[in-house]
Structure formats: C-alpha cells, structure tokens
Write a protein that binds this ligand. Structure first.
Ligand code: SAM
Length: 309
C-alpha cells in the first residue's frame, strides 16, 4: 500500500499528529494548568462521543495519513469509555495518552491497544509539594507511583514522566527525578522511563512560577553523553548517565512553533489549530466523513505559528 503524504499548512508544516482532548473534567486542580487551551471556553457537558473520536481518527488516517494520536484532557482516565475508544481505534504508528496517574493503577489493566504509550504528569516527589501543586489530598503521591509501576509492568513503554518546571516550587528536584527514573529503569528495564522537562506556558496570572529552562538545558547539554533532536517541535533529548531527558520549551520559541506538526481536537468536538488561540476553532460534530476532511483542510488553512521569531 502506498503511504499517504501528510498535508501541509500555509507555513509548510506537515500535519502528522492529532492531540485529542477527551474531557474537561479533572480529578486534580493544578495551579498552572492550561486545560489544553480550553480554560476560557464555557464548560460543556457534551463530550465528544466515542464514535466520533474513532471516526475522526479513521478518516484522518485514511485521507491524510495521520498515524500519531495523543489523548489528553481534563483527565482522560475519567472517561469510562476510554477502554472502548482504544479498542476501536485503527492501528496507528504512535498512540499515547497523558494522565495525572490518579486512576492509573486501576484503569491501566483495562487499556488494550498495541503500542499505547503513557505519559504521567509528576511535578514533584514530595507529598506536601504535590498537594500544593495539584490540590490533591495527602498520600496521593504513593498512589501515582503505584500507577507508574503498574503501567510499566503492563508494558506501556516507554513511559514518560512530565515534569513542569515551577520556580521556587520544584526547580530543585530535577536530579531527584533523574534518580527516581534510574531506579525505575533498574526495575523495568533500560530506557523504560523517560523524563520530560516542560517549560511553563504562561497563560496569565502565573508568571511568578516561570523558571528558565534554557539555563537548565545548557547544564544538561554540558554533562550529557548524547543528544538527539525530535522531528516534533525540534525537541532535544539528552542522555544523562543512562536516563533520557527530553526538553520541551514552547514559550517564545519560534523553532518550536515552526516545527509543530500537530492539530488539536477539543473535548466538545472542534479542530483547534493552536493551543494558544481559541478564535479559530472549526466545528466537526455531526459531520460526514467528507465533512470531517473538509473541516480538517479548513483548519489547516487557519494554522499559523504563534511565536514567529
Ligand atoms: N490530566 C492529564 C495530565 O495531568 O497529564 C492531561 C491534561 S494536562 C493539561 C496535559 C499536560 O499538560 C500535563 O503534562 C501538564 O503538565 C501539561 N501542562 C498543563 N498546563 C501547562 C502549562 N501551563 N505549561 C506547560 N505545561 C502544562
């Protein structure tokens, strides 16, 4: 079978991946959360239905060659039909979801899909800080850690730990995270777990929490054994004493935007051309397959880099 060439937006960026928000509901309340760009949207109770999620993926795989899908939210594990969504998706080159891990230990055994990868958001290894960042009740951290172990045991690998750097809150914990991941890798196999260091995207009101990830990246570069650059956003990955550390620096970064190959789908069923804008959404609910493809092409035309340099 011939491989479809990905479609391009007006800036020459090929669209290769979808990031689908499955719900706005969440069981944590992180102080910095961008809600996948739906923060300022009215709360809706009509979540994108299972059939539609599957159809969007099928149509865009078939007609636009999209082979990479990530589920997010809100908290995607709160969707009771998540196991069914995964079971009904077509085979994809890359399928992942990002979760806060609260329900991971109990839900992970229900998630069946070849090649599912899981990202777990974990910004600290200290109980008091975890409560401060997420609003979770005490003792939640051990539950998250058990969920991480369960996902590794079940083979959802490589598992990534998403660590958003927060000034004065967790910026002294990077090396503790690296050590924790080294322990996990000793338990579950080399390269099983990756650290993803994320720069805080400031949506207003949280500027005091922004720490400079560039400075930390320089430190990583100096001590790393190897460096690789990902196609997506040109993110750099450093190998530090056997632990892979990926750096995600979106803020004011024109290189990041210039290499963005993702289109988003909101939790109520709209294409969203950019995380940082909500004035250019394209409705997809109740459309036929041709209508979905047409809406996809229209959203591509609306894409433009947020940071242009
Ligand atoms: N509830 C899920 C979770 O915790 O992973 C999925 C939703 S959460 C919005 C997805 C990812 O976005 C998390 O890894 C989170 O750390 C990251 N994130 C949220 N707000 C952010 C911000 N202001 N800047 C950078 N990353 C952010």
């Amino acid at each position: 079978m011939t491989k479809l060439k990905p479609l391009k937006d007006p800036w020459g960026r090929e669209i290769r991946s979808l990031r689908i928000s499955l719900t706005q509901r969440c069981n944590l309340n992180c102080i910095y959360c961008h809600h996948e760009g739906e923060k300022h949207q009215k709360k809706q109770n009509q979540e994108i239905p299972l059939e539609m999620v599957v159809r969007i993926v099928e149509v865009l795989k078939g007609a636009a060659g999209i082979e990479r899908v990530k589920f997010s939210g809100g908290e995607p594990l709160l969707r009771e039909d998540l196991p069914d969504i995964l079971a009904r998706l077509p085979d994809l080159r890359d399928l992942s979801l990002t979760t806060n891990g609260v329900l991971l230990e109990e839900i992970a055994p229900l998630l069946h899909h070849q090649r599912l990868r899981i990202n777990v958001s974990l910004d600290t290894l200290k109980e008091d800080r975890y409560t401060r960042i997420t609003g979770a009740p005490p003792k939640m951290l051990s539950r998250i850690r058990s969920g991480i172990d369960k996902a590794c045991e079940l083979g959802f690998l490589p598992l990534k730990l998403n660590f958003v750097l927060l000034k004065g809150v967790n910026d002294d914990e990077i090396w503790d995270m690296v050590s924790y991941i080294r322990e996990l890798n000793e338990k579950w196999g080399e390269g099983s777990v990756i650290l993803q260091l994320i720069e805080l995207l400031d949506f207003g009101g949280i500027e005091g929490l922004r720490a400079d990830l560039k400075v930390i990246e320089e430190e990583l570069k100096a001590i790393s054994d190897a460096m690789r650059c990902r196609e997506m956003h040109h993110r750099r990955k450093y190998l530090i004493d056997g632990v892979e550390v990926e750096v995600v620096r979106p803020m004011d970064n024109s290189e990041f935007c210039a290499n963005c190959n993702r289109l988003r789908v909101t939790s109520d069923g709209k294409f969203k051309p950019c995380l940082l804008r909500d004035d250019n959404l394209v409705e997809i609910r109740d459309l036929t397959d041709e209508g979905i493809m047409d809406a996809f092409v229209r959203s591509l035309a609306l894409r433009e880099p947020f940071f242009k340099g």
